[in-house]
Design a protein around this ligand. Structure first.
Ligand code: SF4
Length: 420
């Protein structure tokens, strides 16, 4: 979501006559787009601000803006701590940045019609902003506001804009992407579209080859959306389906809004319709009060469900959240690290085993880049593939897989797909 926001701001500044520069030293305006989902991300942004301050004190005259999820709560505190910052802008609120850049966007027409200029054959397209779920550990609803869907027409226009400029794959983004359209329904709109309808509506955009979507929220996943993914040939059968914990008591403390059985039911609905669908998940270890036994339930779940990818993080309390206010961060740091290591080791083993099934198969790869003499791209289930042979960026290439690690697949392009 932050990448999409940065690109959109970049396109808006570009449209207003600004030019991007490679080095901070050459800039008149530096915008730091921040994430505060974990303490570590905030620490990095603060470190970066310190470096900018030092550069400015040595005579560089650029203005500094901070945007993104660090802004929105405790703004007075931010202003006090970083008085040298010229503007603070909440996610998607580009107004304060345009103001210090001396650009008049008061007409209100500027942003809805400004789509980013793609610099890749893949593009991120936010389809629903914000989140209504208020999981106890999470800052997103406070920083990005309530769920608000974009219209199908607006999204289709953006996808068409990208595809006319060489994009072949779009990823439809939402904090809870299956909530797409629910706010239209709540507003009383009859026949409000859901994510499946949206996928159908963009499916025939000229040049578009693949559609991805993330992040899934188990409760919002419906049979109708699952059907759309299974039926539409351009939609990749890859689900990013966070469970966060394999223990009901922890899920309750997190206020995830589902029990483990409810999660498993949705997981099974996907598997029943698409047995080979790739699945990724998120896990938080060491959440408030997590016992060894509760952690073990998570570990056992991962061993059982065998996800293609597990994004695991140790819990860090985020100011302003329900957990920060009401639950003790009482799992010792060493225990968190130990649990994290256990999950990472399990994930490495499972991913390695899963990836072996691709050996000697032919995978269709969308070529995204070339580095050190090798092409790289992703196959339909979102595995990173490095390969040799003739290809070009943006091309779909059939690649025979000859080697598989936990993290990527390697192979050679089939001669039949070499362009003439
Ligand atoms: S669903 Fe929960 S974890 Fe995800 S963005 Fe919303 S509040 Fe945060």
């Amino acid at each position: 979501m932050n990448v999409a926001d940065s690109r959109k701001l970049g396109a808006g500044l570009d449209r207003a006559g600004c030019t991007a520069v490679d080095a901070i030293e050459d800039a008149d305006l530096v915008v730091l787009n921040t994430c505060s989902v974990r303490e570590h991300a905030e620490d990095r942004a603060i470190g970066q601000l310190g470096r900018l301050k030092k550069m400015r004190s040595k005579g560089k005259a650029f203005k500094i803006a901070v945007m993104g999820c660090m802004v929105g709560v405790r703004d007075d505190d931010l202003r006090r701590r970083f008085p040298y910052v010229d503007a603070f802008a909440r996610p998607q609120d580009f107004g304060p940045i345009m103001e210090i850049a001396g650009i008049d966007d008061s007409g209100g027409e500027f942003w809805p019609t400004t789509f980013a200029t793609p610099d890749s054959v893949t593009a991120f397209v936010p389809v629903i902003h914000g989140c209504d779920k208020f999981c106890t550990y999470c800052v997103v609803p406070y920083r990005r506001g309530r769920e608000k869907s974009r219209t199908v027409e607006d999204i289709r226009n953006e996808v068409a804009h990208y595809c006319a400029r060489g994009v072949r794959e779009v990823t439809l983004l939402g904090q809870t992407v299956e909530a797409y359209g629910q706010d239209f329904a709540a507003d009383g709109l009859l026949a409000a579209p859901d994510l499946g309808d949206l996928m159908r509506a963009i499916h025939d955009v000229p040049g578009l080859e693949r559609i991805r979507f993330l992040t899934s929220y188990p409760k919002d996943m419906t049979a109708r959306i699952i059907d759309a993914v299974a039926e539409l040939p351009k939609v990749c059968e890859h689900f990013y389906f966070p469970v966060q914990s394999g223990d009901d008591a922890v899920l309750e403390r997190m206020r995830r809004g589902y029990t483990l059985d409810e999660y498993l039911l949705k997981h099974e609905m996907v598997r029943a319709r698409m047995p080979d669908a790739a699945m990724a998940t998120d896990i938080i270890v060491g959440f408030c009060g997590e016992t060894d036994a509760e952690f073990q339930h998570t570990y056992d779940l991962l061993e059982r469900l065998r996800f293609d990818k597990v994004h695991a993080a140790a819990y860090s309390p985020r100011p302003g959240t329900i957990a920060y206010r009401t639950l003790a961060d009482d799992v010792p740091a060493e225990a968190k690290q130990e649990r994290l290591r256990a999950i990472e080791q399990l994930e490495a083993r499972v991913s390695f085993e899963i990836n072996q099934k691709f050996l000697d198969t032919v995978q269709q790869v969308l070529v995204e880049s070339r580095r050190e003499g090798r092409w790289s791209g992703r196959n339909l289930p979102n595995k990173l593939v490095h390969f040799e042979g003739d290809a070009s960026i943006g091309q779909m290439v059939d690649v025979r897989i000859e080697h598989a690690t936990a993290w990527s697949l390697q192979g050679t392009a089939l001669p039949a797909t070499v362009p003439v």
